[in-house]
Write a protein that binds this ligand. Structure first.
Ligand code: LP5
Ligand code: MN
Length: 253
């Protein structure tokens, strides 16, 4: 699957971003909350694109999950219906669901985008769009793990294992991640500012939009660029939201 590397917007086209939903089950309250939120945003803002900026799922161990008892009928049917009604859907891999593949994308009518990709607004303003984990360069243990599991050969071998074995490995890895995070400082788990500035400048962009760090807000980088961070999700409505990019610029919603 060749991910798309850029997106150019025409005047008046808006993009709705959401990330870090970490959905567990198709029928749980978080998924219900997300689908209701999505319908509401689509109705009130009428975006041309929905871009899911990684970690839609708590974990994703292969597209054959769609055949399993933990399939996603409500989520996939809703996205597919919106896609048929004219919504363009984009997807970026997160650190939990980097194994989302062509079959999942097809099931919801989504286009996979590279991490990072460059979005150009009608005004010519360029944004680097990323899940964000790649810029947490101070987290050396995570970056070593990331390098391993993003290798095609590793993924090929992992995906050849039975589904039950993959689910068990993912669960072990989740527990390990939670344990290791308790010993890491907040700053190690945040993006590295120089890495962000480097990416913005090498793409000749105005700023960056990302998720992953669970620290929503708009920030200024040391070199004076804009960095917008999406919220992660929980069942509390205060922690449910996204970002709307319009001709007026980005806005957390
Ligand atoms: O996700 P979160 O918020 O808890 O923390 C992330 C980083 N952790 C991860 C791991 C994922 O949570 C769990 C894996 C998802 C399953 C994917 C599909 C199946 C793949 C199975 C892989 C074996 O991404 C965490 C960061 C944090 O963000 C903040 O940025 O700190 O990083 C870690 O916890 C990584 C550890 O520090 C290093 C772990 C080394 C593990 C070595 C064993 C690898 C074996 C691979 C072969 C089986
Ligand atoms: Mn993440």
């Amino acid at each position: 699957m060749n991910p798309r590397a850029s997106l150019e917007l025409a005047p008046d086209q808006k993009v709705l971003f959401a990330s870090d939903l970490h959905l567990l089950h198709d029928d749980d309250p978080l998924c219900t909350g997300f689908l209701a939120w999505l319908e509401e945003q689509l109705r009130s803002h009428q975006p041309h694109w929905l871009v899911i900026l990684g970690d839609l799922f708590e974990t994703w161990v292969g597209d054959d999950l769609l055949d399993s008892e933990s399939a996603w009928p409500r989520l996939t049917e809703t996205l597919q219906r919106e896609h048929r009604a004219g919504l363009q859907i984009g997807l970026v891999h997160g650190n939990r669901d980097f194994l989302l593949g062509p079959r999942f994308c097809q099931s919801v009518g989504a286009t996979l985008f590279a991490d990072p990709f460059v979005l150009t607004q009608a005004s010519g303003r360029r944004w680097v769009i990323s899940h964000g984990d790649a810029y947490c360069t101070d987290d050396l243990d995570y970056q070593a793990f990331r390098a391993t599991v993003r290798e095609p050969a590793w993924q090929h071998e992992f995906l050849a294992q039975p589904l039950e074995a993959r689910l068990a490995t993912a669960q072990t890895m989740r527990q390990r991640s939670q344990a290791e995070k308790r010993a890491k400082t907040l700053s190690i788990m945040d993006v590295n500012q120089s890495a962000v500035d480097g990416a913005i400048e090498s793409h000749r962009a105005f700023g960056m939009i990302h998720g992953h760090t669970h620290r929503p807000g708009s920030y200024r980088t040391p070199s004076g660029h804009d960095r917008w961070v999406l919220t992660d999700w929980s069942i509390e409505p205060a922690r449910q939201g996204g970002l709307l990019l319009s001709d007026d610029g980005p806005r957390l919603i």
